[in-house]
Design a protein around this ligand. Sequence first.
Ligand code: GLN
Ligand code: ZN
Length: 761
Amino acid sequence: MASHVVGYPRMGPKRELKFALESFWDGKSSADELQNVAADLRASIWNQMADAGIKFIPSNTFSYYDQVLDTTAMLGAVPPRYSWNGGEIGFDVYFSMARGNASVPAMEMTKWFDTNYHYIVPELGPDVNFSYASHKAVQEYKEAKALGMETVPVLVGPVSYLLLSKPAKGVEKSFSLLSLIDKIIPVYKEVVAELKAAGATWIQFDEPTLVLDLDSHKLQAFSDAYSELQSSLSGLNVLIETYFADVPAETYKILTSLKGVTGFGFDLIRGTKTLDLIKTEFPLGKYLFAGVVDGRNIWANDLASSLTTLQDLAGTVGKDKVVVSTSCSLLHTAVDLENETKLDQEIKSWLAFAAQKVVEVNALAKALSGQKDEAYFSSNAAAQASRKSSPRVTNEAVQKPAAALKGSDHRRATNVSARLDAQQKKLNLPNLPTTTIGSFPQTMDLRRVRREFKAKKISEDDYVKTIKEEINNVVKLQEELDIDVLVHGEPERNDMVEYFGEQLSGFAFTVNGWVQSYGSRCVKPPIIYGDVSRPKAMTVFWSSMAQSMTKRPMKGMLTGPVTILNWSFVRNDQPRFETCYQIALAIKDEVEDLEKAGITVIQIDEAALREGLPLRKSEQDFYLKWAVHSFRITNCGVQDTTQVHTHMCYSNFNDIIHSIMDMDADVITIENSRSDEKLLSVFREGVKYRAGIGPGVYDIHSPRIPSTEEIADRINKMLAVLESNILWVNPDCGLKTRKYSEVKPALSNMVAAAKLLRTQL
Ligand code: GLN
Ligand code: ZN
């Protein structure tokens, strides 16, 4: 009975790789030093898996930046602007593609399926000269071997690689990415040959795009690619790994009938329907890599229940053909629970991070072969039971009203046009009103004050005084700039989810629970472990203080329920929508308290609404329905004269525009400056759209200061498709990461542009 791990986090238990990378990028350490840190991390990960008893240990799942970029390097598919002259790709070309350099910008980055991990999007055209230009996969295999460990080298599969690419500039329309398959297969063959020569006995191809809704043309590409590879793969055991969702039935058939493949990996956490497919039919003599340990979350596995599933599967495919595995790479979970010194002991007993999941995988494999570690299983059962019955998890007072929301509807009674009229009477805003998205620059001083207050090094009085001063400065600045709807600047918040999570019940926080987001960037999602409720008001104190400093409307600033949900580790003991409804009810109370305190404009950010969209089309409607419903719940109880804003990052809304309209916000501000035309064309179709819209007029991700003319030009383009009475003028997103020296002139130009255009309406 064997055990396998799909992939493992690279950052290290204390983000060692992050610090080594950043120090190297800053020129503070050498390439050798960076390589040493990386080699140590790889060795310790391999050792840890070997010690745990894992039979199929992955190699080449380490990366200095991203595994898709590694594949681009392997294939020598470097876009010409990075002036690579052939030869083995080194750090300079590699990191230039990842991060840009003084003269060329980085390659595009986008979300890896529905995770918060971002990969570097390959840019391919018909002229790319593919060549074997990075031997990393072979080097890592040999490196492990030298340490006495036999590993399974992992490659991003050729078809997924192409499907995750985008056509290079200039060939967008005329070109099919899949047509490149014949050109990349020869490079894969070279890699395979070299791995074989180095002694590899297994190879893993990650083909996660197999879980998407693929048309027959794309499915055909899989059959073609693997039959083309078949001869070079002979003598090797081949695993094709899928993850993140169910494999559609049609795809399953094609996948499991591929020739020359030894094993198939499935995500059985998200793929409950795949489980049924396997039970109905699985190819005789092949290995099933059964992903029963969740790579996307932090909960300890319910070992007894997984064992039952595995035994069941063993009945179908044969006991010696089941390999216990993780549902996907452990890249998407936190690294090691050992380092959580501040977590409550009981909550800790409910959790398993990557290091613990490896142990779970092996324990399940042993149990399946009849060598059950009784002590380990019974302590797991005890933890499961404590989680089920804990009063910290279940709160009847929350459960009932939240459950009642399903199937019901909540909307404001008056339609948006009538509401906007009522609001305008009260707010008296000019045409093209100006506003910002919420945060103002977070200076070093500000971060230090928050840190010191948290560490109880300064008193509450001093803290409040400092924050108040900061708010006052931000208010005065906005008045000087003559912005119409003000914000308080969010100086009291380190993070838009953590700030609320810390004040809501049902949330826990880790010290080192980091998950890679992109490159050296990591996020530390809160853990939602119990029913969510709001013990007391969370933002009213600061918002009313800010409102008292000005006669202009001051926006109350909240994070919406869907974003709080999508940026947290969520409960797996109840459906996501139930948790979301609970958060929605808590935010609803906050909205109503703000209204009572005299706040007339309330912004509820849903930056991550798009992110939670399920991969499979068949599941998307249901998600959008409860997500949008949750948002409406938060503000269905306010008066017509209270103006509800929402804000969203990213603008690939094309496919969900109707859901966005259905949120029924009075005003929506969206990121726009990086993908203009697309967004505007979406709203063009929506002349029916009567609510206010503020497509960002400049990109806050860049330090560049846009000129008045440039912004005016942008607004003019928007006016060509949107009616002037619904258009707002605002930046793309919050200003938290910018400096005041950038923010002041940029906002000043923004207001000037709005004023200029008002005279021309
Ligand atoms: N109100 C938040 C801010 O301005 C919104 C951030 C976001 O959309 N990511 O910082
Ligand atoms: Zn944003």
